[in-house]
Write a protein that binds this ligand. Structure first.
Ligand code: IFM
Length: 443
C-alpha cells in the first residue's frame, strides 16, 4: 500500500532562530543563541542567525511557496524573546503581531498552523539568572506560553510546548556545543527537569483556557540497537536508551524517571507534585526522527560505559546513517510502550551537499530519503500506529545551529547572498506526493 489516509497531514517545519533573522527588530530581546553564536569559536565560520533566511521580512513569499507546494500544515516556532524580551514581565505586542500576521497568512492560504513554543531560543535575561537550571524558568515559560495561548487561541491548530528537550539539556549543558554552552552534568539534569516541568506547567495553563486547539510535546527519538547479541552490548544499549530516549519519555507518559536518571541526582531537583504536572495528559505526541545508533559496551566511558559505533551504510552530510526502519520502530515503541495518542512526525529530513546547476537542484538523495521515511510511516500505520502527519525538516535551508549554514536541510534552496529561493527537485516531488496522496518515484 502506498496511499495515505484522507486525514493524514503533509507538512513542513522550521524554527524561529534558524530562519527569521531580524534579531534586533520590533523590540525583540537577545536570546542565548544570539550570545552563543556571537561567541568566538562556537559556530562554524562564526556564523549567526542575525539574518538567516530573512523570513521575518519574507514570510509572505514563504507562505506562498508552501501554498504552491500544496503543504497542508506549517510547523514554525514562536520566539520567546520577541514576545517577552526579558523573559518575564512586559509583553512586546510588536513581536506577537509578527506571528499574528504569519498565522493569518497561513489560514488564508488554507495551511494549518502548528506552533512550537520553545525551540531553544531562551531569553538571555533568564540565562543570566541560571536559565533552565533555575526552577523559576519553568514558571516563566508557562507564563509566556499563556500569553501566546491568549493571543492566538484556536487559530493555531496544534501547539508543541518544547522541541527536543534532550538537545536543549544535553547539547547545551553537558556537551557545551549548543547554547548556553555549559559542560556540567549537574546543570544538565536540573535543566532537563525544568524543561519538562515548564512543559507540564504550560499544558496546565493551556487546559485552563478550554481552547479548541490541541497540545503536545516533541521529542527527538533514536532507535538504539546493540552492536551484537553479547550481554554486555545489550546492557550498554539499554543504558544508552535511557540516556537518549527514556529520560524524556518516562516522566511525560509514566510520571516517573528511569532509575538510572535517579542515580544521576535528579531527585535533588524534583519537588512533590512535579511528576504529576509533567505527565498532565496531552492530545498528541510529536516525534522527530533522524537516526539509529548501534551501541557497544565500553568500560572507558565513565557515564554510560557505552560507545556509539559510526554508521556503516549510507550517510547524510551530517554524518548520520540513513535508517528508515528505525522510524518504524520508534513509532511502534511509543504506541506499544507509552501511549495510544495520535503521533505526528514533527521532523524528518536530511542535509545533503546540494548544488545549484542551471537554476535547478537535483537532490535525488533527499528525495529517496524522504520517500523511504514516508514508506516507514505507512509501514508503522499498517502495524497499528496512529500516525497522523509528517513534517519535512525543513521548508528552507537554514541556520543549522553550531554547524552554521553549510548543512542544507531545505526542500527550498536559499541563496544567502541574495535570499533568492529555488525549489529543489525534492520539493517538486513532495508536491506530487501531496497532490496525489500517494508515493510514487519517477525517473
Ligand atoms: O535543525 C535541527 C532542528 O532545529 C531540531 N531538530 C534537528 C534539526 C536537524 O539537526
Amino acid at each position: 500500500m502506498s496511499e495515505f489516509p484522507p486525514h493524514f497531514v503533509f507538512g513542513v517545519a522550521t524554527s524561529a532562530y534558524q530562519i527569521e533573522g531580524a534579531v534586533e527588530e520590533d523590540g525583540r530581546g537577545p536570546s542565548i543563541w544570539d550570545v552563543f553564536s556571537h561567541t568566538p569559536g562556537k559556530t562554524a565560520r562564526a556564523q549567526t542567525g542575525d539574518v538567516a533566511c530573512d523570513h521575518y521580512h519574507r514570510y509572505v513569499g514563504d507562505v506562498q511557496l508552501m501554498k504552491d507546494l500544496g503543504v497542508q500544515s506549517y510547523r514554525f516556532s514562536i520566539s520567546w524573546p520577541r514576545v517577552r524580551p526579558e523573559g518575564v514581565g512586559r509583553v512586546n505586542e510588536a513581536g506577537l503581531d509578527f506571528y499574528d500576521r504569519l498565522i493569518e497568512a497561513l489560514l488564508e492560504a488554507g495551511i494549518e498552523p502548528m506552533a512550537t513554543l520553545y525551540h531553544w531560543d531562551l531569553p538571555q535575561a533568564l540565562q543570566n539568572r541560571g536559565g533552565w537550571t533555575n526552577r523559576d524558568t519553568a514558571k516563566a515559560f508557562a507564563e509566556y506560553a499563556d500569553v501566546v495561548f491568549a493571543r492566538f487561541g484556536g487559530r493555531v491548530s496544534r501547539y508543541i510546548t518544547v522541541n527536543e528537550p534532550w538537545c536543549s539539556a544535553v547539547l547545551g549543558h553537558a556537551f557545551g556545543i549548543h547554547a548556553p554552552g555549559l559542560q556540567d552534568f549537574g546543570a544538565t539534569v536540573a535543566a532537563a527537569h525544568h524543561l519538562l516541568l515548564g512543559h507540564g506547567m504550560a499544558v496546565e495553563a493551556f487546559r485552563g483556557r478550554n481552547m479548541t486547539a490541541e497540545i503536545g510535546i516533541t521529542n527527538i527519538l533514536t532507535d538504539v540497537l546493540p552492536a551484537s547479541a553479547r550481554a554486555e552490548d545489550t546492557e550498554a544499549a539499554a543504558r544508552m536508551d535511557v540516556f537518549l530516549n527514556r529520560w524524556f519519555l518516562d516522566p511525560v507518559f509514566q510520571a516517573s524517571y528511569p532509575e538510572e536518571i535517579g542515580a544521576l541526582g535528579v531527585d535533588s531537583v524534583v519537588q512533590p507534585g512535579d511528576l504529576e504536572r509533567i505527565s498532565t495528559p496531552l492530545d498528541f505526541v510529536g516525534v522527530n526522527y533522524y537516526q539509529r545508533q548501534y551501541v557497544a559496551a565500553n568500560q572507558e566511558d565513565p557515564l554510560l560505559r557505552a560507545a556509539l559505533l559510526p554508521p556503516s551504510g549510507e550517510r547524510t552530510a551530517s554524518g548520520w546513517g540513513v535508517e528508515p526502519d528505525g522510524l518504524v520502530r520508534v513509532l511502534q515503541r511509543v504506541t506499544s510502550g507509552y501511549t495510544k495518542l495520535p503521533i505526528y512526525v514533527t521532523e524528518s529530513g536530511a542535509a545533503f551537499a546540494d548544488v545549484l546547476e542551471g537554476g535547478a537542484i537535483y537532490d535525488d538523495k533527499r528525495t529517496a530519503y524522504l520517500e523511504r521515511h514516508l514508506q516507514a510511516v505507512l509501514a508503522a500505520s499498517v502495524a497499528g500506529v496512529d500516525v497522523r502527519g509528517y513534517y519535512v525538516w525543513s521548508l528552507l535551508d537554514n541556520f543549522e545551529w553550531a554547524e552554521g549554514y553549510d548543512k542544507r536541510f531545505g526542500l527550498v534552496y536559499v541563496d544567502y547572498e541574495t535570499q533568492a529561493r529555488t525549489l529543489k527537485e525534492s520539493a517538486l516531488w513532495y508536491q506530487r506526493v501531496i497532490g496525489t496522496r500517494t508515493l510514487h518515484r519517477e525517473g
